[in-house]
Design a protein around this ligand. Sequence first.
Ligand SMILES: NC(=O)c1ccc[n+]([C@@H]2O[C@H](COP(=O)([O-])OP(=O)(O)OC[C@H]3O[C@@H](n4cnc5c(N)ncnc54)[C@H](OP(=O)(O)O)[C@@H]3O)[C@@H](O)[C@H]2O)c1
Length: 247
Amino acid sequence: MTSLTLEGQVALVTGATRGLGLGIARRLAAEGAAVSVVGRDAGRAASVAAELGVAGGRAIGLSADVGVWEMAAEAVEQTEAALGPIDIVVAAAGVGAIGTVVEADPSDWRRMIDANYLGTAHIVKAALPGMLGRGRGDIVAIASAGGTKGYPEWSGYCASKWAVVGFMECLAQEVTTQGVRVCTLCPGGVDTPFWDDLNKDIHRAGTATRAGLMRPDDVAETVMLQLRLPRSVLIKRTVFFPTSEWH
Ligand SMILES: NC(=O)c1ccc[n+]([C@@H]2O[C@H](COP(=O)([O-])OP(=O)(O)OC[C@H]3O[C@@H](n4cnc5c(N)ncnc54)[C@H](OP(=O)(O)O)[C@@H]3O)[C@@H](O)[C@H]2O)c1
C-alpha cells in the first residue's frame, strides 16, 4: 500500500477560498494533509473546508484578514487548536490593482502591501515559533514573477511582491539551518478570478490569453516539488511561466 506524501501533516493555506490557494489546498488535502483554509470570506472558507471534508480529508475554514497581525495570529492559534501543530504554511493570499504611477490610487498601493507583503509576513511570524520549537516546518510564499522584475503599470503590485521576496530571503537565512525550509514561488500568469477582479482588462475570462495561462494545479504541483524533496534539500526560489508567455 502506498502512503500519501503528506499523511499526518497539518497545512495552513492563506488565500485558499479561491484561485491558486484553493488549488493548493485541494492538492495538499489530496496528499493527506489536514488543511486550514484561510481567507476573509467566512462562507467560502467554510464551503472549501466542507468540500475537502467530503473528499475524505480533515479541514477547517477560518475567516481572517491576514493583513491584520492579530487576525493572522488568531488563525494560527485556531488552526493548531483544531488540527494540531502546523507543519506547512502556504501564503497565497493576495490582491492586485494596476495603473501607471500617475494614475494609480495610493489606497491600492496600501491594500497590496497589507495583503501581499504584510499578509505573508504576519502568517509566517505567527506560525514560526512552533515550527522552530519542533525543529521542522515548510513555509512556501506565493510571490510572483512580478517579484523578480518590474512591469509598466504594475509598480504597486511589484513593490509588494519584491517585499515578499526580500522578506523570505532574510527569513531563510535565519531558519533553514534549524529545520524550517523557506521557499518562494514566483509564477507568471495563472487562470484564476484574480484577472476578473483586476481593474484593467487583461486575460479576461473567455479570451485566448486567459486560456493560455497556467492552472492552479500547476502551481500546486510546484508546491509539491518542494514538499516531496528530502528534508535536506531546499528550493530557494523558483520563477515559472506558462509556455504562452515569456518575461
Ligand atoms: N493569478 C495569477 O496570474 C498570479 C500570478 C502570480 C502570483 N499570483 C499571486 O497568487 C496569489 C493568489 O492569487 P490568485 O490568482 O489566486 O487570486 P484570487 O483568485 O483573487 O484569490 C486571492 C485569494 O486571496 C484571498 N485574500 C485576499 N486578500 C486577503 C486578505 N487580506 N486576507 C486573507 N485572504 C485574502 C482571497 O480570499 P478572500 O476574498 O476570501 O479574502 C482569495 O482566496 C496572490 O498573492 C497573487 O498575487 C497570482
